[in-house]
Design a protein around this ligand. Structure first.
Ligand SMILES: Nc1ncnc2c1ncn2[C@@H]1O[C@H](COP(=O)(O)OP(=O)(O)OP(=O)(O)O)[C@@H](O)[C@H]1O
Ligand SMILES: [Mg+2]
Length: 511
């Protein structure tokens, strides 16, 4: 018997000539949690897709042993039979199906005779969500009624419903708030005690430091190092990842803040299915020229609904009075919003941000095609020049601008979407979880870009679940709780505790 639950040896994986993995090895013991770290595009997700049969046996080189025996998974089903369960970086839920149906998809509970046992599935789905301390979810309602944070927790519940012996979590916490992450980490601790092994991929290195026993770093498809967490701290992981030290993640630069440029009054959004319920209730705020406004709150507080309503992209009913430069603007669709000078980088990149099968370049210029079209012809050279410049500016890692964007790593897709929404040169740029799934080095690049834009007079609204990020970049912070404005703070001597207190407490607070 091997001391390892699984061993991956010298894995090589190529995509049409591009080597994503170049001889990576990884071995994990039962009950061990290994943190898999590396920059965007390093090959983390690819390595785990190899292990879990997404890339079937035969489509890569190298060897995988499961309890000392060769593992040949031709599909995800095969690897699940062995006890490998993966939570993918990109959400895989079916929006139209109910929460419970998604949790038990492919793993349905049936009655004798084969009919679905909805009662049992609802009961168990409720129990799983209770374990995740998630309240107020109707498990019979379609998944699309719930925002990104909820959906991430549904994915986790779905994984817990299967009896995993190895649980792979690929960026499981990118849209969770700190209290939800704590719940997740404590569940992982429980699983470890039961002998379940975990591979934990996250760009949030504090989580890695908390829950992982060992850390493996890969860079450009090669193994850099594997070390016990006891010998490391987060700075040590960063140094191994990027090969350079990042001293201050928030390169805050002083920028002038001008007059009020944008105003939203009485923004109200109604729930899509339960139309008597308000998801956002009469929220008003002002935004000044060159100001960076952070929007904080717990998952489900209504932050994404608020910004999508302002951008004309909220799926349900919403009302708002909006003003740009003191003049009322009418925004019923994203096109109108862009014309009025607004731009939004959405939270749900996969569903709203990208057209997966189009090239990276085509995705980048999608919102500004009219810039390159003259009398019915598209000036391809001008378009390509812009694409090249933007790819360099944000260091989007892609083999070519023509590569389908679906082939980019998660963090690089995010950078491409950011670029796309910057090209219309907005007066007000709205970023919903802009650094979700983005590595430390690229986070730094994105913050620097935000400060540059602010210095040029662009106003920015940034929704973020990472409080350290909100406090690190914002000039002012709005706190939303249960659809209400719970606080409007100048970011001076502001603490995470104060913001959290406002998010939880029903009493409105002011700075
Ligand atoms: N289906 C694909 N087609 C072409 N190239 C791909 C495909 N999937 C991944 N790649 C390439 O393989 C490399 C590794 O990607 P991978 O998604 O594994 O990175 P990652 O470490 O998970 O990054 P991130 O932190 O951004 O999620 C990248 O250069 C990526 O562009
Ligand atoms: Mg990845």
């Amino acid at each position: 018997m091997s001391e390892y639950l699984f061993e991956m040896r010298n894995i090589v994986k190529e995509f049409s000539g591009v080597r994503a993995l170049n001889g990576v090895s990884l071995a994990v013991r039962p009950g061990e949690c290994v943190g898999l770290c590396g920059e965007n595009g390093a090959g983390k997700s690819t390595l785990m897709k190899v292990l879990s049969g997404v890339y079937p046996y035969g489509s890569f080189e190298g060897e995988i042993l499961w309890e000392g025996q060769p593992l040949k998974a031709y599909s995800v089903r095969d690897s699940e039979k062995a006890g490998i369960v993966i939570i993918h970086q990109e959400l895989m839920l079916v929006p139209q199906l109910s929460v419970a149906e998604n949790i038990f998809l492919g793993n349905e509970i049936t009655k004798p005779g084969g009919r679905m046992d909805y009662d049992a599935m609802y009961r168990q789905a409720d129990a799983l969500l209770a374990r995740l301390k998630l309240k107020g979810v109707n498990v019979a309602a379609p998944v699309m009624n719930y925002g990104g944070g909820y959906q991430q927790l549904f994915e986790i519940a779905k994984a817990l419903a299967k009896n995993a012996r190895l649980l792979i979590l690929d960026e499981p916490s990118s849209s969770l708030t700190s209290s939800e992450i704590d719940v997740l980490l404590s569940i992982i601790e429980d699983l470890k005690r039961e002998g379940v092994a975990c591979v934990y991929i996250s760009h949030k290195l504090e989580e890695v430091a908390k829950v992982c026993d060992t850390v493996t770093v890969i860079r450009d498809g090669e193994h850099v190092a594997t070390k016990p967490m006891a010998e490391l701290n987060t700075d040590g992981i960063i140094a191994m990842m990027v090969g350079r030290e990042i001293k201050n993640l928030y390169p805050r630069s002083e920028h002038a803040i001008g007059e009020v440029i944008f105003e939203a009054r009485h923004v109200t959004c109604w729930d899509i299915t339960n139309t008597s319920r308000k998801r956002v209730d009469d929220v008003s705020f002002e935004l000044r020229k060159g100001e960076i406004l952070g929007v904080a709150g717990l998952v489900g507080a209504g932050r994404t609904e608020l910004v999508s309503a302002i951008f004309g992209a909220y799926a349900g009913k919403s009302t708002a009075e909006l003003f740009m430069d003191g003049k009322p603007i009418k925004v019923k669709t994203p096109e109108q919003a862009i014309r009025a000078g607004l731009s939004l980088v959405p939270e749900d990149r996969k569903r709203q941000g990208i057209v997966p099968m189009l090239g990276v370049g085509d995705n980048i210029t999608l919102a500004t095609l009219q810039h390159y079209s003259h009398g019915g012809h598209i000036d391809k050279n001008a378009e390509l020049a812009t694409v090249d410049r933007e790819i360099k500016r944000l260091r989007v890692k892609t083999a070519s601008p023509a590569l389908a964007i679906a082939g980019l790593s998660g963090g690089n897709q995010q950078k491409a979407v950011l670029t796309k929404m910057l090209l219309p040169a907005p007066k007000v740029l709205i970023l919903d979880e802009p650094t979700r799934g983005v590595d430390v080095g690229s986070k730094y690049d994105i913050y620097q870009l935000m400060f540059e834009l602010a210095a040029k007079g662009v106003s920015i609204i940034m929704v973020s679940s990472e409080l350290s990020e909100v406090l690190g970049v914002s000039d002012r912070v709005l706190v939303i709780g249960e659809g209400h404005l719970r606080g409007d703070f100048v970011n001076k001597d502001l603490t995470q505790e104060r913001v959290l207190a406002a998010a939880i407490d029903a009493k409105p607070q002011a700075a």
